[in-house]
Structure formats: C-alpha cells, structure tokens
Write a protein that binds this ligand. Sequence first.
Ligand SMILES: [Zn+2]
Length: 217
Amino acid sequence: MTINLCFHGIGDSSREREPGGEKYWIGREVFLGVLDEVRDRPGVHLSFDDGNISDVEAGLPALLERGLHATFFPLAGRLGESSSLSPSDLRALRAAGMEIGTHGWAHIPWRHLTAQEQQRELVDAREALAEASGGRIDDAALPLGRYDRKALAELRGHEYRRVFSSDRFPARSSAWLQPRYSLTATDTVATIRDIIAHRASLADLRSRTRSAVKRLR
Ligand SMILES: [Zn+2]
C-alpha cells in the first residue's frame, strides 16, 4: 500500500496563478514538518503539481536535505513564466534525482476535450516537458483531479505508465491509477500524520466510491 501525498505551493500563496488555488498552499513550517514525518516512512510517495517556483525554491532543497525523492508534475503552458518552473529548473530537478511527469498544457480538466485540446494536453505537453527537462515523461497527474472513463482510455492509449488522481485513499503500489491526498492550507503535521498512519474509515469508502463512479462515467 502506498500513501501518495501531493503538494501544490509552499510559502507565500499570493504567487498562486488561479483564483481559489491559494487553498492548496501550505506554510513552510508545515511543509518541513511533513517531510520530517515521512522521511523514515517507507510507502509514502511525494508529488508536486502545477510547477510553481516554490517547488525548487522551497521543495527541492528540503527534499535533498532529507534524502527524499518526489515526482514533479508541471504545466507545459507555464514553463518559464515568472512564478513557474523554467526548463533549467526541470533539468535541475532531474539532475538531483527527481522525476518529472506531465500535468498537461493549460490546467483544464481532461474531460470532454476536443480533438485539438486532446492533442495539446496529452501529446504536445508531454513532448514539450520531455524536451524542456531532457528526459522521458512517463507519468501524468490529472488536472483538477477530474477524469472519466474516456479520459482514462485516452491516457492508456498514449501509454502513460501511471496516472495520478486526487481521490484521497491509499493506493495499491502497482495500480495504474494512483489516488493521492492533496495538502491544503488547513492541514497540519498532525492531520498528515493521521493520513500516513491510515486507519480504514468511512471517508475512505466514500472516496473509493466516488473514484469508481468517475472511472465508469
Ligand atoms: Zn493542478
């Protein structure tokens, strides 16, 4: 069993690019506390979505200090914007042993895409991120955690190795679709400790049911 934790922004949330996105930013102290909590816990996988510049300013040094590994899911359409990762940041992440995946091009849900949008989100973004980061892109993180049966079929068709959602329950380590827990501004080290310690609960069951509905709709 794997617990997937997902970070978005660390520190000053005024750098968030989208209205409402601030609620996924966490303070630096909480971030460091969570890393200290997971450093000796096998079975916890870390990821960072959206490619905010805090990934390299706050995230990378703290990961390296603790010998931790993570996957980063930037947006191809924001590469090099002032508050987002640049191609050289992506190369620095890879050089430090981190993995790079894709979060698509424009941060739009991968449901009901036109053929043109699908090409840009699932193919062009992957190629642009591979080129920018100097390596293969095998994994994808679903923008806004949204998906349906057709979106998953498309991702399988494009031979993505693993796809990460935001469905908030533990993952089978070998599963192709990996649910994650996104941290929010109200999380503390204690709330994350509870998630990692994981006791099966009614909330789990609800999350699993919601995920099943999305897979089948
Ligand atoms: Zn996102």
